[in-house]
Design a protein around this ligand. Structure first.
Ligand code: FAD
Length: 310
């Protein structure tokens, strides 16, 4: 369901307002504040608030009286050092608050990240909108044959059409029954005066997992990076990955030096086990090391080769 006129007006009013502050602000993130970043078919992310910037990370690391910043290159160097050595607490000095609209099955994965503050739209108090996530045909894939937690080839032709029709029909039918059990008209009055209607907290159990929910979600920069590293990874499900990737875009605007360090030392980095380092040393010394002579399992060996681009 697109945003209503009154919701759009609220967003515009917030975007038009401004306040003087002594706190550091980030112009590139101010530009994004409150704006809707559309994701999937009905989802979105909005930045509601933030605290701190790259300077706040540096300030905390140096425990300084002033902004703590020196030359930009020196500050970026310190941030890279902190990231490289997992000195996490300076990153906890920054916070980001988001308004997120997401399918319930994505929310179930997201909520596992416990180091955040969450307030979800109450389906005990309010009626959920008639909105379901229906994947684009390009994302409608078969079960992967090699990864039990992943997808394989995209479904084609009649099978794809059949699956899409089932997803749409089942979600719509369950929502129709939800609405019937609630027995409420647009004003919240009984649609059929002869029926009491079921409580909202019970009627919702009939909804499909692709129904959209919403929450406010706030976390600090350290735990946000952890979330992004896990959920923007190729192993994460596409539907949560698009949210993580949108958050990484926000990071680039908000904390550019932290974003660069995060790319280098987390997203584009690889971890090598003790056995991997030993095998790499032997390889660099000119030895022809194979999986069998490496002492590694086939899986660990494949992971190392993938990290090396082999
Ligand atoms: C690709 C992928 C597949 C997954 N598959 C499954 C699955 O099949 N089944 C499943 O149940 N989950 C699964 N998960 C969820 C995963 O196991 C984590 O629960 C989730 O990623 C949250 O990570 P976290 O605990 O590190 O984050 P947070 O909860 O934000 O915690 C951040 C860090 O804080 C510390 N911490 C937080 N709370 C505690 C605590 N109570 N005790 C000790 N330390 C704490 C830990 O160091 C933790 O790493 C999957 C996640 C991913 C990314």
């Amino acid at each position: 369901m697109p945003l209503t006129e009154s919701q759009l007006a609220d967003i515009e009013a917030q975007r038009d307002a401004s306040a003087a502050t002594r706190r550091p602000t980030v112009p590139a993130l101010e530009e994004k504040l409150f704006a809707v970043i559309p994701l999937l078919d009905h989802g979105f992310i909005r930045v509601i608030d933030y605290m701190g910037d790259d300077g706040a990370v540096v300030q905390a690391a140096r425990v300084s009286y002033g902004r703590g910043t020196r030359r930009v290159s020196e500050d970026a160097g310190l941030i890279r050092y902190l990231m490289r050595h997992h000195h996490s607490t300076p990153f906890e000095m920054c916070e980001l608050k988001l308004h997120v609209k997401l399918p319930i099955f994505v929310a179930r994965q997201w909520i596992r990240h416990r180091t955040a503050n969450v307030n979800e739209y109450s389906a005990r108090y309010s009626v959920l909108d008639r909105e379901f996530y229906i994947p684009e045909p390009a994302h409608l894939a078969a079960q992967s044959a090699v990864n039990r937690q992943g997808r394989g080839a995209v479904l084609e032709g009649d099978e794809a059409a059949d699956v899409l029709a089932l997803l749409r029909d089942d979600a719509a039918r369950c929502y129709d029954h939800y609405a019937h059990m609630l027995n409420e008209d647009a004003e919240g009055e009984p649609a059929d005066p002869d029926r009491a209607g079921l409580a909202r907290e019970l009627a919702r159990m009939n909804l499909t997992l692709n129904t959209y929910t919403q929450w406010y979600w706030k976390t600090d920069l350290h735990n946000l990076l952890h979330f992004c590293a896990l959920r923007a990874d190729a192993h994460a499900q596409y539907e949560i990955r698009v949210y993580a990737e949108a958050i990484i875009d926000i990071l680039r605007a908000w904390v550019p030096a932290t974003y660069e360090a995060f790319q280098d030392y987390r997203l584009n980095a690889a971890n090598f086990s003790g056995a991997m380092v030993a095998a790499l040393k032997r390889m660099l010394a000119g030895e022809n090391v194979t999986q069998e002579t490496s002492g590694m399992s086939k899986r660990e060996w494949t992971e190392m080769m993938t990290a090396l681009g082999k």
